[in-house]
Design a protein around this ligand. Structure first.
Ligand SMILES: [Zn+2]
Length: 409
């Protein structure tokens, strides 16, 4: 845990208004870490004198602080500049189909307090988000801070989002949220906060890019395997959303024209055939058919099975469970090969609740992908589980908030 912040009161909104060059300084430090004045002048290709002037003003307004000394290039060691962590608080909110994760962070993105709980998004959005605001209030109280100290909130939701207004469009898992004004609802409780909303897998990709294995990579994809299957795309260092925000919805790629009907109305989508519920349903069928003692015992004990149960069974050497996982991995890997041929990413990171069920899934995905994708596109390709795991979403929410916290003049 990072050091405790002093109690921060209401911040002057003008502090968060930046000139374009000031915004470039912030972006450079966020990408590179603390930099000296001469590093900045080189990185931004501006004269040392103008950088010194800009940085001086930014220290005065409290956006930057001097953070120790860097390496000397002969002569006096230069002071390094970093973002002032105490400028205000930001909040990352990761809403999953069955879970809620909220984290309070300082202005450098370090998590200070965190809360996770099971949740159900199928109900009314005002009730759900009212509870989210209560959870944020609780984290603030534990930190000794007030709601007006929150300057940014980044929210990830499990459905298609129109990014600028921050509203869900025809979300299959949460139909009551259609068009609900998430931004203005949260601003009523946190009046100083700029609120940004994105779909859950985009924020996970962003988390991986800022703070995980995607740091320093400009082109990669993040696959979330949970109740559904989705894909976040980092292209040239930015989230790629496509024309309307629908890019990356790979769960509804057809892999079997005669397959089961998906909740989207089509038949044989990857998601309905290979995601968590499909793994659980296959396990229940195998348990019922007497093909797995482990799964049958678990089913008798709990009344139903989840993908995690299948992972546990596989870890104990259960043959049926291993077959179920391999089958899912093969289907996901087949689609992944197509994505890789199309996009040629440097890396694929895999996260979401089902990614935690063991390495059998990852090796089946890798095998199917490498068999089907072209040699050139896989020559330098990495396919790995997300090292941030369950935290990729809230960390991405924090960075979504930080990216949207300043107003560029
Ligand atoms: Zn579908």
């Amino acid at each position: 845990m990072a050091e405790l912040l002093p109690v921060i009161g209401q911040i002057d909104e003008s502090t968060l208004m930046l000139e374009p060059l000031e915004a470039a300084v912030v972006t450079a430090i966020r990408r590179q870490g603390p930099l000296s004045r001469s590093d900045l002048s080189e990185y931004l290709d501006y004269s040392r004198a103008s950088v010194t002037g800009i940085v001086g003003r930014m220290i005065q307004t409290g956006v930057l602080t001097e953070a120790g000394e860097g390496k000397s290039a002969g002569g006096r060691r230069p002071f390094l500049l970093d973002i002032n962590p105490n400028l205000g608080y930001v909040v990352g909110v990761d809403i999953g189909a069955t879970s809620l994760d909220v984290a309070l962070a300082d202005f450098r993105g370090n998590i200070l307090r965190q809360a996770s709980e099971p949740a159900d998004v199928r109900g009314r959005p005002d009730e759900f988000l009212g509870h989210v605001a209560d959870v944020i209030d609780d984290l603030l109280a534990r930190q000794g801070a007030i709601p007006a100290a929150v300057v940014g909130i980044g929210v990830g939701v499990p459905g298609p989002v129109e990014f600028v207004p921050g509203v869900l469009i025809a979300p299959p898992l949460m139909p009551l949220w259609e068009g609900f004004p998430i931004k203005s609802f949260l601003r009523e409780r946190f009046p100083m906060a700029r609120v940004a909303v994105d779909n859950d897998v985009n924020i996970m990709a962003r988390g991986e890019h800022q703070a995980g294995a995607g740091r320093g990579l400009d082109n990669f994809i993040f696959i979330k395997i949970g109740t559904g299957i989705g894909c976040g795309i980092i292209s040239h260092g930015e989230i790629y959303r496509g024309a309307d925000g629908a890019a990356g919805d790979v769960g509804h790629i057809c892999i079997d024209y005669n397959g089961p009907v998906c909740h989207c109305g089509n038949q044989g989508c990857l998601e309905i055939m290979a995601a968590g519920p499909a793994i659980a349903a296959a396990a229940e069928a195998r348990a019922g058919a007497g093909e797995s003692a482990f799964l049958a015992a678990r089913l008798a004990e709990r009344g139903s099975l989840s993908a995690v149960d299948v992972g546990d069974a596989a870890a104990s050497g259960d043959r049926a469970a291993n077959e179920i996982i391999r089958r899912s991995g093969k289907m996901i890997g087949g689609v992944l090969a197509t994505l890789i041929n199309f996009y040629n990413p440097q890396a694929v990171f895999i996260g979401g609740g089902v990614a935690g069920i063991g390495h059998g899934l990852l090796s089946a995905i890798r095998q199917a992908t490498l068999r089907r994708a072209t040699a050139l596109s896989t020559r330098h390709l990495r396919i790995e589980y997300s090292p941030l795991g369950e935290d990729a979403g809230v960390i991405g929410g924090i960075w979504l908030a930080l990216e949207n916290v300043f107003i560029i003049k």
